[in-house]
Design a protein around this ligand. Structure first.
Ligand code: ATP
Length: 486
């Protein structure tokens, strides 16, 4: 029997907030008026099924009626929201886009004057950075100007379109409506069935291999520059989107000097890396006075032409604790291999609600130790310093790829359940034995694998992969991220 539904009438400029615990689901349908989910307009009479620990809010500018089915452990209507500030922020960014577009059309060579908004969003943990990026992105996409902004995700806790431990970028051309916490920027053609994903959404992905930037700050800095460089090369293919600008979503570590720098180094080294690499001209700080002042001191003096703006943190942003983050990390990996999460559906739910097309079918295959070359990046992959002979120092830098020998018993525990990033195939003229290791750091990722078994006798690895394609001769990177099927 279907659950009873109830009506929720929202006054203008209010929002219905809900927080789902594990196992809870809620379905919303817009009955009258207009409403939006983090900036994406909801069509009338279409049911949105929220699941997988989703925490979200439906906001209305002019009032609306929603039909709500299901139960969320926390559900309330908020009268106070920061949406007016966010809309003002959008208006300023929109002016920059329009100006850029007009200048480019009248004089295509004057690209230095036609600067679109290049926005970096900074803030503490759970301050609403991803949500603000999504709202500003959706508003830009709804402007009717044919924009297709680039979204850059540098939050390694959050896989964005892929899996955690990565940084990535993608142009988006249709609004993002997310009903689970698994893919905050939507699903891609590589990890979702064609019927559900956008073929235009093909993110450029680089593997960091850890969830905390502090696990290898040099490597993170290197990847930011590599991603920016590739993005610039790609943007030549997307000249029509040159005025759309970009949004950079960052992890909390960028705003915490202690977590993003070593002693004696620039305390905002990663912010500096981003500003320089992506030519940021707008820095948005989520409701943090001290950080805003520090950023204004650094960038707001007019010489660099960077605007530093503080916007209020929404009272609706949920404190995601470490246990929940770990669960989300595991679910993101699961949904990469198996498709959208269904475990949160209640038992006995009607079959009609279950969409079998969202299920993916990964394959498990056995590969010989010699088929796949596995590398880790940096010193952390080596024996501890205490194990070195007295007086000896490390010869390996923090961003040097080190070959992992699967036959070494010391590596076995690291390999088992380890998530591997399969690098894009190397150019045909690169001979495996003569591989320039520095090249590996600049290669983007074409997919992910998980090692489910290591057989020392047979010298084989069993890997879970999204497809049955041969892995012979491929190069993969290991990090510290592990995943095991529950
Ligand atoms: N107004 C709101 N009502 C209900 N939930 C919200 C609201 N705004 C944000 N959230 C939820 O709060 C959670 C945290 O928000 P968000 O991910 O945007 O923060 P963040 O600063 O990017 O987090 P991180 O610490 O990972 O950097 C998300 O699940 C988001 O969907």
């Amino acid at each position: 029997m279907s659950e009873e539904s109830r009506q929720c009438i929202l006054n203008p400029k209010t929002e219905l907030r809900f927080e789902l615990d594990p196992g809870e689901t809620i379905t919303l349908r817009l009955v009258s008026g207009r409403a939006e989910l983090f900036g994406a307009e909801l069509p009338r009479e279409r049911a949105y099924h929220f699941t997988a620990e989703c925490k979200a809010a439906v906001f209305t500018w002019h009032g609306c009626t929603l039909e709500v089915t299901g139960h969320a452990s926390t559900e309330y209507v908020a009268e106070e929201t920061p949406m007016v500030s966010y809309a003002n922020c959008h208006a300023v960014l929109e002016q920059m886009r329009v100006r850029s577009s007009i200048i480019r059309r009248s004089n295509p060579t004057a690209s230095s004057e036609a600067v679109p908004p290049r926005v970096l969003v900074l803030g503490a943990e759970n301050s609403g950075k991803t949500t603000l990026c999504k709202i500003l992105l959706n508003y830009a996409l709804r402007a009717g100007q044919g924009w297709s902004p680039l979204v850059v995700n540098l939050n390694t806790w959050d896989g964005a379109w892929t899996v955690p431990g990565t940084i990535s970028a993608s142009h988006l051309s249709s609004p993002v409506v997310t009903t689970t916490a698994d893919n905050p920027y939507g699903s891609t053609a590589t990890s979702a069935p064609g019927t559900l994903s956008s073929s235009a959404l093909l993110p450029l992905v680089f593997w960091f291999g850890h969830v905390e930037p502090k696990q290898n700050l040099d490597y993170m800095g290197h990847l930011i520059h590599t991603l920016a460089l590739k993005v610039e090369q790609h943007s030549q293919d997307y000249a029509e989107f040159a005025s759309s600008g970009l949004f950079i979503d960052t992890p909390p570590a960028f705003a915490h000097p202690s977590q993003s720098s070593g002693q004696g180094t620039d305390k905002y080294a990663l912010v500096t890396a981003c500003v320089e690499a992506f030519h940021v001209n707008t820095l948005i700080v989520m409701g943090n006075e001290k950080l805003t002042v520090e950023m204004q001191k650094r960038y707001g003096d007019g010489t660099r032409q960077i605007s530093v703006v503080k916007v209020p943190r929404s009272g609706g942003v949920v404190e995601i604790d470490t246990a929940c983050r770990r669960r989300l990390l595991s679910h993101q990996l699961r949904s990469y291999f198996y498709g959208a999460r269904h475990s949160d559906r209640k038992e006995g739910e009607e079959d009609g609600d279950f969409d079998p097309e969202s299920a993916l079918a990964p394959t498990s295959s056995v590969v010989s130790f010699n088929d796949l070359r596995i590398y880790r990046v940096g010193e952390e992959s080596l024996a501890p310093s205490s194990a070195l002979p007295i007086g000896a120092s490390r010869a390996v830098s923090t961003i040097q790829p080190v070959l992992v020998d699967p036959s070494s018993p010391m590596q076995q525990s690291r390999l088992l359940n380890g998530v591997l990033a399969l690098l894009a195939p190397l150019p045909a003229n690169v001979i495996q034995d003569d591989l320039d290791l520095a090249q590996l750091l600049d290669r983007n990722v074409s997919g992910f694998l998980v090692i489910t078994a290591v057989d020392q006798e047979q010298k084989t690895l069993t890997v879970l992969a999204p497809s049955a394609a041969s892995l012979e001769g491929r190069v993969a990177m290991l990090g510290s991220i592990e995943w095991q099927e529950a």
